[in-house]
Design a protein around this ligand. Sequence first.
Ligand code: ZN
Length: 503
Amino acid sequence: MIRIECTRERYETYREHMQKLADIRAALAIMQWDQETYMPEKGADFRARQIATLSELAHERATSTELGELMESLDGAGELSEKEQKNITLNRRDFLKQKKYPAAFVRKLSETVSKSFNAWNEARKESRFSLFEKELGEVIELKKEETRLLGYSGHPYDALLDEFEKDCTTGLLDKVFGEMLPPLKILLDKIQGAPVPDDRFLHGRFEKGRQWDFGMKIIAELGFDFNAGRQDLSTHPFSTSFSPLDVRITTRIDETDFNSMLFSCIHETGHALYEQGLPTSEYGLPSGEYTSLSIHESQSRLWENHVGRSFSFCKNHFPRLQEIFPESFRTVGVNQFYRAVNRVSPSLIRTESDEVTYHFHVMIRYEIEKMLISGDLNTRDIPGYWNESYRKWLGVEVPDDRHGCLQDVHWSHGSFGYFPTYSLGSFYAAQLFASAVNTVPGLAQKLENGNVSDLLHWLRQRVHALGRIWNSEEICQKATGETLNGRHFQEYLLDKYGKIYEF
Ligand code: ZN
């Protein structure tokens, strides 16, 4: 009896420790959100200091000896429920991983990364990779050292993937990309052989206020709870969460590009619905956190592409858009609108690409990262390999480094292993959506009529409520009956684009 009480008390101490850590992280997130939205310009220096102090506090709390001992004593303690035991196992794994980083390494990496970020900025401005080469080389050397510190059993890149996507390996990614890309290439070739949809009417003049109001209505209709969140403007759209009851999203409005606001609004709403659906009772614990970046991205892409870019969504909302923007849409039919917002066009820039070509951008970065980490590619050879890959897969000529290997900030930050999660997100989204439509009676018809509440309910139960107790593949298996299967994404694209491009 005494032992049971002891374990219970210790678990409560652990819970309180983690919840206070979550409080500090939420305070950090509020400061960062404010920095991107409302902070006056002059506040920047003190804000950077405040963020650094809170980050330090959070790090101390996450790696404290007290927490380590507490979790060690609880790991395997029989009296805990399965969920509680899982929380301990997962947090202990994070803790032990943090402990593998010597303080000197962390300092060196942080210094190198800030030097490399400045070099990247400069190189990008000048469009000259050579100005970034040395600093990037140093980051890569440190990343290789990181793989040795963390340890790995297969490819060294696996150690880095783990930071963004727990339990994901190059084995899984090679298989998924290997199966996905040849059929995607065939699809792209077919699309390029067909007439190009006219999308000039999406680039007229769309007044800011009217776009904003329309976006806000759509967000509410998709199920975003405005009593537990809000939307604001920022330079780059993002979502962040301080708790499931306070989730923030941002958007940007381009008055000359209709696509930009609407679909980024829906994308960020998808992220936010996941955060709002996490169990409040599990605040601060793995059981109350999102499971992985790929599943997070699967939620944003499911809502953006499978709902927002669907024909029924266009059909249901286009008449309203014609009233709001008569000068651009009066003479346009819904079919034309649908084809225009789904136009496929190989391009140089990842963030501007469509849902078919996007994955070539990711795969190219993934191949390069893997080879850099294994030593099969030298830093100086990145531009050549990059340009050749773009020619081979997308048929586009890279005119300069700014439109090529200098376009993304990730490598300068030392984020190796992040890109694949974007593609995995799309693949999981297609599988989850197909499973929902196949298993929820009447769902297809409801979506047809613009009723999305059953879909949200299904995602809440099968994905959101599970927190981080299960990893991406386990969630996928439980929700859809199988682990990641690229067939669903392929079928979705073939069906959709076959109709749009009529082949
Ligand atoms: Zn996203």
